[in-house]
Design a protein around this ligand. Structure first.
Ligand SMILES: [Zn+2]
Length: 203
């Protein structure tokens, strides 16, 4: 079961003290981070004119696609879909990803795949949200970084009024990672529960 929000708060206090501030995460250095400090105040960056063309994404047209190449972090699969975990625990209790096994983007799904995508999304989200101490599961599809469809399932802890909505994701890299054994038990439980509907837990 995921740690309680009191446990998560205790991790922060252990790292930086009760009134301490966690270090700025790498996102602050990213080109797409939309704010910067100007004259001591946080302000939106100046919007540069559009570039000539979109940059190719990782694995565009299936070339050197890491999702196709590796099943290392797969925790559940059926004949058409797989669910993967991260490499190690991160700040939020649990993040998982749903991908088609074939190299497809979201707009490539046929009617049957689209229907299955919908069912799996609801099941996985419901199972993760059913874990103790989880406030909500955010389901996101961006697709600007990798060309192989990957749907994010982001379980946020309950009862932190600042860890909400799209900003909950930012806390994943800020909060000190939780214990590995807890994280491992949680994704194993999710995989087993998903396999009660169909497919196989590979954990
Ligand atoms: Zn791929």
């Amino acid at each position: 079961m995921p740690q309680t929000s009191e446990d998560i708060h205790a991790r922060v206090v252990a790292a930086v003290g009760a009134d301490g501030r966690l270090p700025m995460p790498p996102v602050g250095e990213w080109d797409i981070f939309p704010w910067e400090v100007v004259d001591g105040e946080l302000q939106p960056k100046v919007l540069a004119p559009p570039v000539e063309a979109e940059q190719p994404r990782h694995g565009e047209d299936g070339q050197d696609c890491s999702t196709c190449a590796s099943d290392e972090r797969v925790i559940w699969r059926n004949e058409r879909w797989k669910v993967t975990r991260g490499e190690a625990p991160s700040g939020l209790p649990l993040m998982l990803w749903l991908h088609p096994i074939e190299h497809l983007d979201g707009d490539d799904l046929d009617e049957n795949m689209a229907a299955e995508y919908g069912r799996l999304q609801v099941r996985l989200s419901r199972i993760m949200a059913g874990l103790t101490n989880i406030g909500r599961v955010h389901v996101c599809r961006w697709g600007d970084g990798g060309a192989h469809l990957h749907l994010w399932f982001i379980a946020r802890p309950d009862r932190f009024p600042i860890i909400l909505g799209s900003m909950a994701v930012e806390w994943d890299e800020m909060l000190p990672p939780g214990p590995e054994d807890v994280w491992r038990a949680d994704w194993q439980e999710v995989a087993r529960k998903l396999a009660t509907h169909e497919g196989d837990a590979t954990v």
